[in-house]
Design a protein around this ligand. Structure first.
Ligand code: MSP
Length: 497
């Protein structure tokens, strides 16, 4: 039976158009989804918008728009961004959809019936930026550290609460028996430390908000946006839960790891579901040393960026500039330099060399003796299997460097094709070059699908979608064919743009 793989991005608040920081999560999920698809697995990849938020209501009001009309417009803009940068999601969810409202009401009722939801009274601070409750100890100079420009609201109202405290031991045991639940390890340690402290019950409804999902057991209240948002991951697979749940991976930012790492498993258990398999937690990055902000004017629109430069440049740089989980900086100049060095020069050189030599030999190359860099395959698979995208890319480019060096050392261009011995030697070197170039392209396929498929076609091979990626890597064609010189695969980009 084909293995399933279910991966999700966070659902993005729809009161703004996604910027490059949001695109980072989607590109990571897209690459991992692609790797599993290429691994011959049945992949479900879900993204969407988080709409039942006070932010959405406020943004609509500020434009003088009706909330739903605004939400419709923004959901369209989000899809345009993801389609524009080539994110290959299988599902897009809006939390204002009926299928979601009905589903959330069902799970709320289950938890209510299980005695995990009770009526109480909330009094305290709330940050609309985080859509989260704040204690005095969370504040810096009386403000939310993540949203210092937003005023905190003071809430005093009847609410329903979720009995999180009941799940404290279960959460701790779960963490102890699932050491890979939160990646990378530093975030896992952070969460487990937090869970060891006191887990308070949390409010899961609002009396004063009107936009949202009404509680099934008290229609005067709407569901707290995070309670509804997290269940999006189940809403999309509700018709085939047995197959798809638990999700294999939620890609999330460091700012939302507590919601996913603590609230979410408890909410799931309470409603009778298993916890997801893994949370892949990403860091945040600045742009050219500064936090992205509308007032500074450094917010990068991913669609505009890739149409000016290239999607492959964005992916390559975002994934290699800093490891997943760490904070980093996006330098526009470094992005171009990295693209030129790795794609245009290093990989481009291998292809150019192969073309020049193959055309000397009328394009068709079959080999007899060839050198294997087989250790690379195992290393690559284990890096990809642990979502080390930086490590995998670096391995593929280091591999390309080695093959370039091998070609230089053997100087096949010096061989005289009229002398049979030298011609045979040239053929063998070229066969080695092409076999390894093919492997490098396959390793890069989850990252740069279109270009790598083009490269494979240009050397007379293709990816076999009916077998796994590791089998594609292990198997070698007996012949390559290069028909023409063609354009450079990656044109150099100048930094003076
Ligand atoms: N709606 C919630 C998620 C609910 S999931 C059930 C939310 N939305 S968000 O739009 O504010 O953020 C979505 C993701 O984008 C978060 O994971 C956040 O960490 C990420 N990023 C936002 N800015 C970013 C950077 N500058 N850099 C990297 N990731 C960034 O939170």
């Amino acid at each position: 039976m084909t293995k399933k793989f279910y991966i999700t991005t966070p659902i993005y608040y729809s009161n703004g158009v996604p910027h490059i920081g949001h695109a980072y999560s989607s590109l990571i999920a897209d690459t991992i989804a692609s790797y599993h698809r290429l691994g011959h697995e049945d992949v479900r990849f879900c993204t969407g918008v988080d709409e039942n938020s006070q932010k959405v209501v406020e943004s609509a009001e500020s434009l003088g728009m009706e909330t739903m009309a605004y939400a419709d417009m923004m959901a369209g803009k989000h899809r345009e961004v993801w389609d524009g940068i080539g994110i290959r999601y299988t599902d897009f969810i809006r939390t204002t959809e009926t299928r979601h409202r009905d589903y959330v009401q069902q799970v709320l009722q289950k938890s209510f019936d299980a005695g995990d939801i009770y009526e109480g009274f909330y009094e305290g601070l709330y940050c609309v930026g985080c859509e989260g409750f704040k204690k005095e100890s969370d504040l810096v100079d009386g403000k939310c550290p993540d949203h210092p420009n937003k005023l905190l609201s003071y809430l005093k109202e009847k609410n329903y609460f979720f009995r999180l405290s009941k799940y404290q031991d279960k959460i701790l045991k779960f963490y102890e028996s699932h050491p890979d639940f939160v990646q990378p390890r530093t975030r896992y340690n952070e969460i487990i430390e937090f869970v060891r402290g006191w887990l308070e019950d949390f409010s899961i409804s609002r009396e004063t908000n009107k936009f949202g999902i009404p509680l099934p057991f008290d229609a005067t209240q709407v569901t707290y946006v995070w309670y509804d948002a997290l269940f999006n991951y189940l809403t999309v697979v509700q018709n085939d839960e047995k197959k798809w749940w638990p999700a294999d991976m939620h890609v999330i930012g460091k700012d939302i790891v507590r919601f996913h790492g603590i609230y979410w498993p408890a909410m799931l258990w309470s409603a009778g579901y298993e916890a997801p398999h893994q949370l892949l937690t990403t860091g945040h990055f600045t742009v050219d040393g500064q936090k992205m902000s509308k007032s500074i004017g450094n917010v990068i629109d991913p669609v505009a960026y890739i149409s000016e430069y290239s999607g492959d440049m964005l992916t390559l740089y975002l994934f290699t500039a800093f490891p997943i989980g760490e904070d980093g900086d996006f330098s526009r100049d470094q992005a171009i330099l990295t693209y030129n060095a790795k794609l245009s020069n290093n990989l481009g050189n291998l292809l150019n060399r192969a073309i020049a030599l193959a055309l000397k030999l009328d394009g068709r190359i079959s080999g007899s003796v060839w050198k294997v860099w087989s250790d690379k395959i195992g290393q690559y698979i284990s890096l990809m299997d642990t979502s080390d995208l930086k490590g995998s890319l670096e391995l593929a480019f280091a591999y390309a460097t080695e093959i370039n060096q091998y070609v230089e050392e053997n100087a096949p261009w010096k061989m005289d094709i009229e002398i049979p011995e030298q011609r045979e030697k040239l053929e063998n070197i070229l066969f080695i070059l092409l076999s390894n170039l093919r492997k490098i392209s396959i390793m890069l396929l989850p990252f740069f699908d279109l270009k790598m498929r083009e490269l494979l076609t240009r050397i007379g091979t293709s990816y076999d979608d009916s077998i796994s990626l590791s089998d594609n890597l292990a198997h070698d064609p007996s012949e390559f064919y290069i028909a023409e010189k063609g354009e450079p695969l990656y044109m150099r980009i100048t930094t003076s743009k």
